[in-house]
Design a protein around this ligand. Structure first.
Ligand SMILES: [Zn+2]
Length: 371
């Protein structure tokens, strides 16, 4: 519209920082020389000139952090979070990370920094598939993708290699044919029978496939992994709860690298994300839960009403029965009085007729005598 009227739309005010200040700030934050800061940024295609949007500072920090391996600024400020994450991660034998969560914002940096002490302590690794590295490689040179995606796709392989060197990441090979999603699903269906698996992915469709696959596998009892004889002999038996613990779970990363699990509602068949709990993946969604509660409440009210009506009917029946009994009693009483009167009457007639007969005989005798 503004163009039609020959007016320029008002330019949005973008806060900027001069290159000099940007470099100065980053070099003091990371204790690097200004030249080093600029060369790292240039290495991923960021050429600072004049002034730059202040909103990109976070991206520059990510780039330098990945390059020099200093992730101290991505730790969680809430110290109790490590315990929460430990609770979430410890039951999984293998943790796979898909491509999208690695390059969405700085969430992967948060996740990996928070998970590092847990992975070390529990001797676990994140598994990143060869396919993901190929995808990152393809994204970094794709002009259709925006700058942040390109920069992150360029810098993340450096981080992944660093993590692999430190024993926190294993690069998994799944072959290079077919669609990556299909690979993951078939891989999970093979190893899901013996291992507890977590897939970190932003892909809702893929997450839903994993939840349904887990549900299918749930029908079959979990096969215990073959342990070496000394483990079988000396090893402690795992508690039942831990043995049951989720077999196959799909989570996405959200702000600050936290995990949100994908669930499917068995009632409406729709997927949704919620906190990661040790339970099955097919769980009623909030809406269906409320509907069900409402239905239950209605059913209870209907049952109560029915019971009350039955009680009332029963009371009525009892009342009628009692009334009938009383009536019969009265009838009986009336009958007996009537019967007694009848008997007295009969007795009176009998006596009267005897007296009459005697009187007749006497009269007859008197008549005969007088004659
Ligand atoms: Zn539902």
């Amino acid at each position: 519209m503004a163009r039609l009227l020959g007016k320029r739309p008002p330019a949005r005010h973008v806060e900027t920082i001069a290159t000099e200040d940007t470099v100065e700030q980053l070099s003091s934050e990371f204790r690097l020389s200004k030249e080093k800061v600029q060369s790292i940024l240039r290495g991923v295609g960021i050429n600072l000139e004049g002034s730059n949007p202040a909103s990109e500072m976070g991206l520059y920090r990510e780039v330098i952090a990945c390059k020099v391996g200093d992730r101290s600024r991505f730790t969680h400020s809430d110290t109790s979070y490590e315990e929460v994450l430990d609770e979430q991660l410890r039951s999984f034998d293998e943790i796979y990370v898909d491509t999208a969560p690695i390059i969405q914002e700085d969430w992967f940096l948060h996740f990996v920094t928070d998970a590092e002490p847990i992975l070390k302590r529990r001797k676990k690794k994140l598994i990143i598939l060869e396919k993901t590295l190929e995808e990152l490689h393809g994204l970094k040179d794709n002009p259709e993708k925006d700058k942040e995606v390109r920069v992150r796709s360029t810098i993340r392989p450096d981080l992944i290699r660093q993590l692999a060197r430190r024993g926190l990441v294993r690069i998994g090979d799944t072959g290079s044919t077919g669609i990556a999603d299909d690979h993951l699903v078939s891989l999970f269906s093979q190893i899901g029978a013996t291992k507890s698996l977590l897939l970190v992915t932003q892909d809702r469709g893929l997450s839903e496939r994993i939840v349904r696959l887990a549900q299918q596998l749930e029908q079959h009892p979990k096969q215990e992994m073959k342990k070496p004889w000394y483990r079988r002999f000396f090893g402690r038996k795992r508690a039942d709860a831990e043995q049951y613990a989720h077999q196959m779970v799909a989570c996405k990363l959200i702000e600050e690298g936290k995990l949100k699990r994908c669930y499917i509602c068995p009632e409406c068949n729709e997927s949704y994300y919620d906190d990661l709990h040790a339970c099955e993946g097919m769980v009623l969604c909030g809406r269906c839960y409320l509907d069900l509660k409402e239905q239950e409440a209605k059913q209870i009210a209907a049952n109560q009403k029915k019971r009350e009506a039955e009680l009332k009917a029963e009371e009525e029946r009892q009342r009628k029965l009692e009334e009938e009994e009383k009536r019969l009693e009265r009838e009986k009483l009336k009958q007996t009085v009537g019967q007694r009167l009848e008997m007295q009457k009969k007795r009176f007639i009998k006596r009267a007729s005897v007296v009459l007969v005697v009187l007749l005989i006497l009269a007859l005798l008197l008549f005969v005598v007088l004659l």
